[in-house]
Design a protein around this ligand. Structure first.
Ligand code: GAL
Length: 679
C-alpha cells in the first residue's frame, strides 16, 4: 500500500537552493553544505532559474559548477531535486528569438524581463528547452544523487501571440469540426457573434470577447492543454535518459489559471507551494483553509503522498504585510503538510540572496550567514524531529469523504453573469462544507468531476453549476449503490460549453436524483436575511429548530424528496430549504440556500456519525485538529495539532502510543502550537 515518492526512505527536508547566484562566493557555497547538514536537510531543489548560468551562450553549456554543487551536497548527505530551467530564459535567447517572449492579454509582447513569461507554443522555445533538458538529463539522470526532476516552475499564465492564437484555432477545429457546431456550442447568435471564419476567433484579450462564455471556457481549456503539452515535451528527454527518476512540477493550490487535474498522469508525484498568511486573523481558521489546499493538491492523485515543494521559514516578502512567523508556527505549519499526506517539508529558499526581488523573503540562512538565528534553530529542531518520522514516508492519506471542486466549473461560474457578481462564492461554499468535516477529524479529499467517486461514502457537491459530460451519471450511480450525496443550490444548470439545460433544473437527470424541481434562484443583498425552519423528522434529529440564511435562496418544489426545512419568510415561505431523497440504496441531501455556519456543524455531525466517518471517536477542543495516515495495512497514525497558543488536552478513546517516543498516552496534552503523532 505504501508508495514512496523517491528512493529516499526519509521525509524530504530542504528547499530551493540557488548556488548559481553565488558562484563568485565559493566560501559561501562551502558553508551552505555544512549548514544544510546542521539543519538536518537532505534534499535541495537546484537550478530552477539557472538557465543563464547553465547555457551562457547559445549551445555552450557550463555544467562544472553544477557538478561541484551536486557532489558537495551529496558528500554532506543532501540529495538533489534537479530543475529544468524553463521558468526563465537567458538574455541571448530573448535577443535572438523574440518569439519566445510571451504576449500578454493586452496584446503587447513582454520585453526581456522577470520570469514565467515564455510562449507555450513557440517551436523555438520548445526546441531550446528540449536541448537544455536533454543535456541535463544525459549528464545527471543517472547520477545517484539526483532523486527527482523539478520540471520548470509554477507553470502559469497564457500567451496571446500569433502562434498561440493559431494553435487555439487548430485546437477548436479539432474539437468542433465545423464552425456550425462551434457556433451552436457557444450560442453565438447572441449579439450577432456568429463566426463566419476560423480566423475571426481570438482569445479573450483584455479588450476582446468575454461575453461568449463557451469561448472563455475553451480558451482556459486550451491554455491547460497547451501547458500540459509543453510539460510533456519537457519530460520526454528526462524519461528517455532514465525512466526511473520521477518527475513533478510545483503547483499553486487553488490557482485558477490551469486545471491541475489534467496534469495527473504527467506527474509521478504532485507537489505544490504553500504560502498561507499566518497570524493574519485567527490561525485556527487559516489552518482549515491551508489543510483544504493540501487536500486539493493531494487529491489530484488520491491516496498518494505528495510533496510540499515550497513554504516559508518566516516572512513572505511579497505579501501585503511581511509578518514574521511566530516561534513554533514553523514546526506546526510544516508538520501540517506531513499530516495531510506530504512526504516533504521544503522551503523557498535555502539562503536569502543579496539582491533582487526576493532578498528579504524568508529563508533558512539569512544575510548573517550563520546557523545562529532563531529561524535556523527552528528549522534545525524540525529537521531533527522529522528524522523520527520515517515510518510516515509513503503512507497514504485515505478519505471516505470527498468534496467536488471542479476547476472548469470554477471558470464557468466566474464567467457567467448573475448571482453575486464580484464573487459567486464557490470556494466559500466549498469551505463551509469542508470546515465541519475537518473539525471532526474526517479525512476528506477535494476532487473534480473527472475523479473516480466510487470509493467514497460521502460526496459533497457545492454549486455544481456546470455538469461536464459523465458527472451526472456518475453521481447517480454513486447514490444508487448506497452513497450519500450532499448537493447545493445552483447545481446542474449548464453543460460543458455553458449552454443551459432545457426542460427543468437541475438538468441531465439530476432533478430525478434529488427529487426536486428548481425554478429560480434569488440573490440576496448583503443585509438581507431569511431563515430555515426545521421540520421534525427522524432525519432532522440533532438539528436546531431554526437557522439563519443569507446570500442565496433557491426556489424549488419537492418532486419526491422529503422536505426537512422550509423557508421562514418572504414570498418563498414554506418552500424547501433542505430536502432529502432516497434513491437506490443511497440518499441525496439538497441544501437550497446558504445557511449560518452552525447549521453545517450540526448537519455534518449527524451525517458523519450515521456514516461512521470519523477515524477516531474523539472530542477535539476548538483549534485542535486531527489527520490520519495509514502507515501499514491496518495501522493508522493519528496526527493531532494544536493551533492555539495555549496548551490543550484531548481525552483519547483508548490508550495510544507515541510514534516518536513509543510511550503510552491516555490523555494527550499538547502545548500551544504542538503536534503529536499517535498510534
Ligand atoms: C513561489 C516561486 C518561488 C519564489 C516564491 C516566493 O511562487 O515558485 O520561485 O518566488 O514564490 O514566495
Amino acid at each position: 500500500m505504501k508508495e514512496t515518492v523517491t528512493k529516499v526512505a526519509s521525509l524530504l527536508h530542504g528547499g530551493d537552493y540557488n548556488p548559481d547566484q553565488w558562484l563568485r562566493y565559493p566560501e559561501i557555497l562551502e558553508k551552505d553544505a555544512e549548514l544544510m547538514k546542521k539543519a538536518g536537510c537532505n534534499a535541495m531543489s537546484i537550478g530552477i532559474f539557472a538557465w543563464a548560468a547553465l547555457e551562457p551562450e547559445e549551445g555552450r553549456y557550463e555544467f562544472g559548477w553544477l557538478d561541484e554543487v551536486i557532489d558537495r551536497l551529496r558528500r554532506n548527505g543532501v540529495y538533489t531535486v534537479l530543475a529544468t530551467p524553463s521558468g526563465a530564459r537567458p538574455g541571448w535567447m530573448a535577443e535572438k528569438y523574440p518569439e519566445v517572449l510571451r504576449v500578454n492579454a493586452d496584446g503587447r509582447r513582454i520585453p526581456f524581463s522577470t520570469r514565467h513569461n515564455h510562449c507555450l507554443t513557440s517551436p523555438v522555445y520548445r526546441e531550446k528547452v528540449r536541448q537544455i533538458n536533454t543535456a541535463l538529463a544525459e549528464r545527471y539522470a543517472r547520477n545517484p544523487a539526483v532523486i527527482l526532476w523539478h520540471v520548470s516552475n509554477e507553470y502559469s499564465g497564457a500567451c496571446y501571440c500569433p502562434l498561440c492564437r493559431a494553435a487555439f484555432r487548430e485546437w477548436l477545429k479539432k474539437k468542433y469540426g465545423t464552425l456550425d457546431e462551434l457556433n451552436h456550442a457557444w450560442w453565438t447568435a447572441f449579439w450577432s457573434k456568429t463566426y463566419s471564419s476560423w480566423d475571426l476567433i481570438d482569445p479573450p484579450f483584455d479588450n476582446g470577447e468575454t461575453s461568449v462564455h463557451g469561448l472563455v471556457l475553451d480558451w482556459m481549456r486550451f491554455v491547460t492543454d497547451q501547458t500540459a503539452d509543453f510539460m510533456k515535451a519537457e519530460i520526454a528527454p528526462l524519461k528517455k535518459a532514465n525512466p526511473d527518476v520521477p518527475v513533478t512540477t510545483n503547483m499553486m493550490g487553488f490557482y485558477e489559471g490551469l486545471n491541475y487535474f489534467k496534469f495527473k498522469d504527467l506527474c509521478d508525484v504532485i507537489s505544490w507551494d504553500n504560502y498561507p498568511s499566518w497570524h493574519e486573523g485567527d490561525d485556527r481558521e487559516t489552518a482549515i483553509s491551508t489543510a483544504m489546499t493540501h487536500d486539493l493538491m493531494r487529491s489530484i492523485k488520491p491516496g498518494k503522498p505528495f510533496l510540499m515543494m515550497e513554504s516559508c521559514t518566516s516572512a513572505v516578502n511579497w505579501k501585503p504585510y511581511a509578518k514574521l512567523k511566530r516561534p513554533g508556527m514553523h514546526e506546526l505549519a510544516s508538520l501540517q503538510a506531513v499530516a495531510r499526506g506530504s512526504d516533504s517539508v521544503q522551503y523557498f529558499q535555502w539562503r536569502k540572496g543579496r539582491g533582487g526581488f526576493e532578498k528579504f523573503h524568508g529563508a533558512v540562512v539569512g544575510h548573517l550567514g550563520t546557523g545562529d538565528t532563531r529561524v535556523f534553530r527552528e528549522v534545525e529542531a524540525l529537521g531533527e524531529r522529522m528524522k523520527g518520522l520515517d515510518r510516515l514516508v509513503g503512507s497514504p492519506f485515505l478519505s471516505r469523504a470527498a468534496i467536488l471542486c471542479d476547476t472548469e466549473n470554477r471558470w464557468a461560474l466566474k464567467a457567467m453573469r448573475g448571482l453575486i457578481q464580484e464573487d459567486k462564492g464557490l470556494l466559500a461554499e466549498v469551505r463551509r462544507h469542508y470546515a465541519p468535516l475537518f473539525r471532526m477529524g474526517v479525512n476528506t479529499d477535494i476532487v473534480d468531476e473527472e475523479s473516480d467517486l466510487s470509493g467514497y461514502d460521502l460526496v459533497v457537491a457545492p454549486m455544481l453549476y456546470m455538469l461536464r459530460a459523465g458527472i451526472a451519471g456518475k453521481l447517480r450511480s454513486f447514490v444508487e449503490k448506497g452513497g450519500t450525496l450532499v448537493i447545493t443550490y445552483w447545481s446542474g444548470i449548464v453543460n460543458e460549453t455553458d449552454l443551459t439545460f432545457l426542460g427543468g433544473f437541475p438538468g441531465d437527470g439530476l432533478a430525478e436524483l434529488l427529487g426536486i424541481s428548481m425554478e429560480e434562484i434569488d440573490t440576496l443583498y448583503p443585509a438581507d436575511r431569511n431563515a430555515a425552519e426545521v421540520l421534525p423528522s427522524g432525519e432532522t434529529e440533532g438539528l436546531a429548530p431554526r437557522y439563519e440564511i443569507r446570500d442565496y435562496t433557491e426556489i424549488s418544489h419537492p418532486a419526491g424528496a422529503e422536505v426537512l426545512a422550509a423557508y421562514e419568510s418572504d414570498f418563498i415561505r414554506g418552500l424547501p430549504a433542505l430536502t432529502v431523497n432516497r434513491f437506490g440504496k443511497g440518499k441525496v441531501y439538497y441544501a437550497a440556500a446558504v445557511f449560518e455556519d452552525v447549521f453545517y456543524r450540526d448537519f455534518y455531525r449527524k451525517l458523519v456519525s450515521e456514516l461512521g466517518l470519523r477515524p477516531l471517536e474523539v472530542d477535539l477542543p476548538e483549534g485542535v485538529y486531527l489527520s490520519a495516515r495509514r502507515i501499514s495495512d491496518n495501522t493508522d497514525c493519528y496526527i493531532f495539532q494544536n493551533y492555539n497558543t495555549e496548551a490543550a488536552s484531548v481525552v483519547l478513546p483508548r490508550p495510544m502510543k507515541s510514534l516518536e517516543s513509543g510511550e503510552s498516552v491516555e490523555t494527550l496534552t499538547l502545548p500551544g502550537y504542538g503536534t503529536a503523532f499517535l498510534l
